[in-house]
Design a protein around this ligand. Structure first.
Ligand SMILES: Nc1ncnc2c1ncn2[C@@H]1O[C@H](COP(=O)(O)OP(=O)(O)OP(=O)(O)O)[C@@H](O)[C@H]1O
Length: 301
């Protein structure tokens, strides 16, 4: 195991950020922490990168204890925090140089590792980091986290606020780094990115709801799931919330995702119930659960 987390808890005064968290990440794995804002992801990253000490529990990175061996960890990991990782007044090149220098290396020595990403921002190397777009800032922050050739890479919400094309490029990049043998722990609030990880931990309110491969998590979804559509989305949701057989209902793009308390719902009766309340153009079709559905279902309990 490249990362081990055993019974880690952390509170800030009265707020409990992590409650008895345990999991492991294999060497070379791309592991995702998936959860909404405030779930505790950043707290966990800060503990694993030795910037915060846990109240209870033990964690190791590359065999080193995060509390007693923090210096060894700081030299062997790369960390891209969610915010404020760049010096806004330094140029692109100065930022990268700075991170290389503090780790006792140079841009040239590890250029092959960052080349794929850095070439895309190199034309702007004299621009101040504060003047870059979201996607370019993210590429520079990743270059800075990689410049000392870390064995383990920690990325806290690297794609938040980044456009869809840059997000796609970013994940392609992570796959390439993984192929080079790097272990990657990445957090994201975007459920579609979860499917790109080898394994994920779904996390909410400082607790792990489930850990597994994305495929296994969606396969464990306990009920038949339906896409329902009608002429009025708001009326559709409120009507389904009031329906006596409803187990869960939530908006999903142009549809509503619906599960029924019974194993086999009566689609005709449901359709009639909705018509009776004034809805038209009703469609009810079975669909496959996504990670988001699994998350919502687990979070209900
Ligand atoms: N320094 C702090 N003092 C007090 N409470 C804090 C502090 N840092 C985090 N918290 C609280 O701890 C909980 C977990 O926060 P954390 O930042 O770890 O979550 P997160 O999943 O990373 O979410 P976000 O994306 O919003 O950062 C939240 O309720 C947050 O308000």
């Amino acid at each position: 195991m490249e990362i081990t987390v055993a019974n880690i808890s952390k509170s800030y005064n009265t707020v409990t950020a992590l409650k008895d968290i345990s999991f492991g990440v294999e060497t070379g794995e791309l592991f995702g922490l998936i959860g909404p804002d405030g779930a505790g992801k950043t707290t966990l990253f800060r503990i694993l990168t030795t910037l915060l000490t846990p109240d209870n529990g033990v964690a190791t990175v590359s065999g080193f204890d995060v509390v007693t061996n923090y210096k060894a960890i700081r030299n062997s990991v790369g960390y891209m925090p969610g915010r404020f990782s760049l010096y806004q007044d330094l140029t692109v090149e100065e930022n990268l140089n700075f991170f290389a220098t503090i780790f006792g290396t140079t841009i040239d020595a590890n250029y092959d590792l960052v080349k794929d990403i850095y070439v895309q921002i190199e034309p702007f190397k004299n621009r101040r980091a504060g003047k870059l777009s979201g996607g370019m800032k993210q590429k520079l922050a990743l270059s800075c986290a990689l410049i000392h050739k870390p064995k383990v890479l920690f990325l806290d919400e690297p794609t938040t606020g980044v456009d869809p094309v840059s997000r796609k490029e970013f994940w392609d990049m992570l796959k390439r780094l993984q192929n080079k043998g790097m272990t990657i722990l990445v957090s994201t609030p975007y459920m579609d990115e979860a499917a790109l990880c080898d394994r994920i931990a779904l996390i909410q309110d400082g607790r792990i709801l489930e850990i597994n491969t994305p495929k296994a998590i969606t396969e464990h979804f306990p009920k038949p799931l339906y896409n329902i559509r009608a002429n009025n989305m708001y009326l559709l949701i409120t009507s389904l919330q009031k329906y006596q057989h409803t187990h869960s209902v939530f908006p999903f793009g142009e549809y509503v995702h619906y599960t029924d308390k019974r194993n086999t719902p009566d689609k005709t009766a449901l359709s009639q119930y909705l018509k009776h309340l004034g809805l038209t153009e009703i469609t009810i079709e079975k669909t496959k659960p996504t990670i988001e559905d699994s998350f919502m279902e687990l979070a209900k309990k």
